[in-house]
Write a protein that binds this ligand. Sequence first.
Ligand code: NAD
Length: 362
Amino acid sequence: MKTANSPDTKSKDILSIKKIIVSGHENVVYCEDKDTGLKAIIAIHDTTLGPALGGTRMWNYSSKEDALNDVLRLSRGMTYKAAISGLKLGGGKAVIIGDSKTQKDKKLMCKFGQFVDSLNGRYITAEDVGMSTKDMEYVRSETKHVTGIPESMGGSGDPSPVTAYGVYMGMKAAAQFKWGNNNLKDKRILIQGVGHVGENLLMHLTNEGASVIINDINKEHLSNISKKYNAKIALDENIYDLDIDIYAPCALGATVNPDTISRLKCDIIAGAANNQLADEDRDGKLCLDKGICYAPDFLINAGGLINVYSEINGYDRDHSIQQTREIYETTLEILKKADNEGIPTNDAALKIAKQRISNKNK
Ligand code: NAD
């Protein structure tokens, strides 16, 4: 990893910050603190449209290089998610290297907050995997450049219900495009992963009368959710072979790949998981060729980002929900554009996002 002292950070003598030279990113810094054991990378991909907002992920990466690759990929994705959602935000992300269950404490999060603060607002952090609203409270004690703080502190709290609502809107738009009708009543929908987002999505779909099948590696949780919503359960080995209309990945990335695409019998893929396509270029095209309408993940799962964005200017939940509802129109527009141009839907969405950034530059 090539590093140099960072020129655009304050208090660099107190905080050990090294700039990592990466082409295509505006600023990437490695942050280390011996006292707390903090090792983190903050990546600012692009701030053309506004400050780079993106969550902090804590993960037991096997090497600094793995952590760097992850933060670069995720921060780039945030740039396009913000741009396609019409937000005045750029893309950034942070990763903390370590086990969030055993290595995370108040001191570590406060120190991380100091590093975020040293970037003078060009990066705004939020929750991601391995983080909680409590952790954001600790970060908040050191910097104002943080979102996703608890509702009791005037923040926007858990973004998952808003994310799920956006996914639901995107799914309905895909139905309208594919079937000429956005009614999901009696449609057979598989939700993979009924966690924070998946459960909220299940609630919307159940209310509309869809026939939902659920899958989750946590069997006890799966059974509880099944009882709560009277949803059918599918077991792991055969989920991609089920006779369904819509597949909603709400657990992991990369579940849309040549193996699963060849097995899936659905018309639509629309879910919350980030990076659903194992290989963006190859798998978007495979979906197109098979006639599966893929609702781009970074477009339809942007509700959570829209929600935390609202926190910057004083949180207004109604406004967040209204803006998230617009995912319906945006998705429809992009699916039509992709169809007219004969290109994969994820390419069409990326094209518009990139155009918005380059128009701002002119
Ligand atoms: P979560 O951890 O609350 O839920 C994930 C669920 O998936 C858990 O119940 C887990 O047991 C299950 N799971 C994990 N691996 C699985 C597997 N192999 N097969 C089936 N189930 C599996 O996470 P979440 O907040 O609901 O987020 C779900 C997805 O949506 C993630 O990919 C996340 O990155 C993405 N996302 C979330 C938000 C948000 O607001 N929470 C916003 C944008 C994107």
